[in-house]
Design a protein around this ligand. Structure first.
Ligand SMILES: CC/C=C\C/C=C\C/C=C\CC/C=C/CC(=O)SCCNC(=O)CCNC(=O)[C@H](O)C(C)(C)COP(=O)(O)OP(=O)(O)OC[C@H]1O[C@@H](n2cnc3c(N)ncnc32)[C@H](O)[C@@H]1OP(=O)(O)O
Length: 302
């Protein structure tokens, strides 16, 4: 009993620095509907939360068609959903997955980084940082059920999770492919990849902008498991059950011990990182190549 109380105090002390200043910005969420069992179902236009209170798990489905690009509004809704689940003692784990067929997330929304003013770029980048910090340090067990392609920021979101299950579909690939767009993955993207697959593999993957198909992703360690497409959700659920069997305080403290130094680096350099991003993205050459890339994506259909 005394040990349990002591652990709770220690956990709160360790988690407190991240709780401060990391609250999600207010955004447009729909009214929370009370479930029959007293558990609230969260709805917002782009995020569907399916709670399973008996298991202590919620499935968070990304629904920002056509490609789940991480727009400012979508990021805000994701953060609010995460915060609500973290504040609800019913939940100990979340499974993040996509409601857009064949696409987990196309990454950062290119239209947020193209043809806008510096204030907008700063606001957007702060929201991207927030997404990374909040998911990376979440006290919940977070499992990615990756049911589609997941480049760049989509891969980053997966890398913040505690475990990644990828559907075995040759059309799907995952990786930080920023260099292919002529942009540089920021240091915290790089750090997250290094923490996941090691320095040498990360260096090669980042320089070449590699997008790994399922077997390669498993071999290099970008994902933890590759399963047939129709088993992605059930596998995520059974992995979640294993993780939830571990005493929560011990697991949470261990997660913080492992991730604190990486998160601290961004927390101490957050403003400078925003300034770097704004300076970089405002360059004529970068704007031109992002614009050309977006046009190429649009013309692909025609
Ligand atoms: C020294 C350094 C100093 C400082 C460094 C500081 C900062 C670093 C700077 C920058 C770092 C920025 C980091 C960025 C990370 C990112 O995430 S960038 C985004 C990367 N994502 C991609 O490249 C994916 C692009 N999309 C695709 O490849 C395909 O769309 C995809 C395979 C996902 C799906 O293909 P498909 O089903 O065929 O769909 P379409 O291609 O037809 O797309 C449908 C519509 O969606 C639009 N769209 C696609 N992706 C995006 C996107 N990421 N953002 C916004 N919009 C997107 C596409 O244009 C289509 O639109 P339309 O319907 O035609 O209007």
């Amino acid at each position: 009993m005394a040990l349990a109380v002591g652990m709770r105090v220690l956990t709160r002390a360790l988690l407190r620095p991240w709780a401060r200043g990391l609250r999600a910005a207010p955004g447009r969420t729909g009214p929370a509907a009370g479930g029959g069992d007293g558990v609230r179902c969260f709805r917002s236009p782009r995020v569907l939360v399916e709670p399973d209170p008996a298991a202590g798990v919620a499935v968070v489905k990304m629904r920002n068609p056509p490609v789940n690009s991480l727009s400012l509004e979508f990021l805000t809704e994701l953060l609010i959903s995460l915060e609500k689940l973290e504040n609800d003692k019913t939940f100990h784990g979340i499974i993040i997955t996509s409601d857009c067929p064949g696409i987990f997330s196309a990454g950062l929304d290119l239209t947020e980084m193209c043809g806008r003013d510096p204030e907008h770029y700063a606001e957007y980048w702060k929201a991207v940082q927030e997404m990374w910090l909040r998911f990376y340090l979440s006290n919940l067990v977070v499992i990615a059920a990756i049911n589609g392609i997941s480049p760049a920021g989509g891969c980053l979101l997966s890398l913040t999770c505690d475990y990644r299950v990828l559907a075995n579909n040759p059309k799907y690939a995952i990786g930080l492919n920023e260099t292919l767009l002529g942009i540089v993955a920021p240091f915290w993207f790089k750090d997250t990849l290094v923490n996941t697959i090691g320095h040498r593999s990360a260096e090669r993957a980042l320089q070449l902008g590699l997008l790994f198909p399922p077997a390669e992703a498993l071999r290099v360690g970008v994902v933890d498991q590759v399963v047939p497409e129709d088993q992605v959700q059930s596998t995520a659920r059974s992995v979640m059950a294993q993780w939830l069997d571990i005493p929560d305080h011990a697991r949470q403290l261990t997660k913080i011990l492992m991730r604190k130094p990486t998160a601290d680096r961004l927390l101490t350099e957050r403003d400078a990182d925003i300034e770097n991003f704004v300076r970089f993205i405002c360059k004529d050459s970068i704007q031109k190549s992002l614009h050309a890339y977006l046009e190429k994506l649009k013309q692909k259909k025609g």
